[in-house]
Design a binder for this molecule. Structure first.
Ligand SMILES: [Zn+2]
Length: 262
C-alpha cells in the first residue's frame, strides 16, 4: 500500500478559509471562517488520490508550513521598537495571531508536524508593512517545495499532495522533481477564483501535466467542514451544519432557502 504525504502552504490555506473567501463563501456562514477539519481533509485527499493511484490508502508525512508572530510581552504598552503603535494595531495583531494559532492547532491536533511552523518575533518594520499590506512571508513556499521534493525522492511510490494557491510553488517543484506528473497532486481553490485573488500572478494549472486531476476545495466543502452533521443544500449547494441529523427522506435545505420556500 502506498501512502499519501501532505504539504500545506498554511498561510495560503488560512486565508482561503477566512470569512467571505473561497471556502467560506460556499457555506451558509460566509461571514465566518470556514471550520476546516484536518482529519476530514486527510480522508478526502486519500479518497481523491486513490482514484488515480488505487493502492494509496494510508497517511504518511504531513506538514503545515506557516509563520505565527511571537509578540513581545510589552507589546501593548507601545514600546520604543514600535513607534506610533495604536491600540487598534495591538488589538488587530493580537486577534490575527490568535486566529492563526487556532487554525494551526487544528492541524497539529490532527497529527501534522510542527516542524514547518515558524515563530518570528514581531518587529517594528514588520508591523509597519502589515499595516500597509506590504508584508510577504517568503519562507513558506520554499519550505513546502523543499519538504515535498525530499519526500517525493525518498518515497517515489507514494503520492505527495501540495496544498497551495501560490504561483511560485509548482514551477519550483517541476524543476527539482521532473517526475512530478506521476505522483504529485495539487489541492487548491478553483482556478477562476484563484485568479481573482491573485491577479498579478499567472498561476495556471494547465501549464503542468499531472496524472491526478487537481483537488478543488470548493467541490468538497461538506466533506471538509467540522460539525456533527454537515450537508450540502439541495437548492443552492451551500454547505451547512446542524447539531442533529436531517431525517433520511428530507432533502437538505439551508436556512436561507428554507425561509424562501415557506
Ligand atoms: Zn440553500
Amino acid at each position: 500500500m502506498s501512502k499519501l504525504n501532505v504539504f500545506i502552504d498554511g498561510s495560503w490555506l488560512f486565508r482561503a478559509c477566512a470569512p467571505e473567501r473561497a471556502l467560506a463563501s460556499h457555506t451558509e456562514w460566509a461571514d465566518k471562517a470556514f471550520p476546516l477539519d484536518f482529519n476530514r481533509l486527510d480522508a478526502a485527499l486519500i479518497k481523491h488520490a486513490a482514484a488515480t493511484v488505487p493502492d494509496c490508502g494510508a497517511i504518511g508525512e504531513r506538514y503545515l508550513a506557516t509563520s505565527i508572530f511571537t509578540l513581545p510581552e510589552n507589546f501593548d504598552e507601545g514600546p520604543t521598537e514600535f513607534p506610533g503603535v495604536s491600540a487598534d494595531d495591538v488589538a488587530r495583531t493580537r486577534g490575527g495571531v490568535a486566529l492563526r494559532e487556532r487554525f494551526v492547532k487544528g492541524a497539529v491536533d490532527a497529527g501534522y508536524s510542527t516542524r514547518a511552523i515558524y515563530r518570528p518575533k514581531m518587529k517594528g518594520w514588520i508591523l509597519e508593512r502589515l499595516r500597509t499590506n506590504r508584508y510577504q512571508e517568503k519562507q513558506v513556499d520554499a519550505t513546502i517545495v523543499a519538504l515535498l521534493v525530499r519526500s517525493a525522492i525518498t518515497h517515489p511510490h507514494d503520492v505527495h499532495v501540495v496544498i497551495t494557491g501560490d504561483a511560485d510553488v509548482l514551477p519550483a517543484v517541476k524543476v527539482a522533481y521532473p517526475e512530478y506528473s506521476r505522483n504529485v497532486l495539487v489541492a487548491t481553490t478553483h482556478p477562476d477564483e484563484l485568479r481573482a485573488e491573485n491577479r498579478q500572478t499567472s498561476f495556471s494549472l494547465s501549464n503542468f501535466e499531472f496524472d491526478s486531476p487537481p483537488f478543488y476545495f470548493q467541490d468538497h466543502g461538506a466533506e471538509l467542514a467540522a460539525g456533527a452533521h454537515v450537508y450540502t443544500c439541495a437548492h443552492c449547494h451551500k454547505v451547512f451544519a446542524r447539531p442533529k441529523s436531517i431525517p433520511g427522506k428530507a432533502r437538505p435545505c439551508c436556512f436561507t432557502c428554507n425561509a424562501k420556500r415557506t
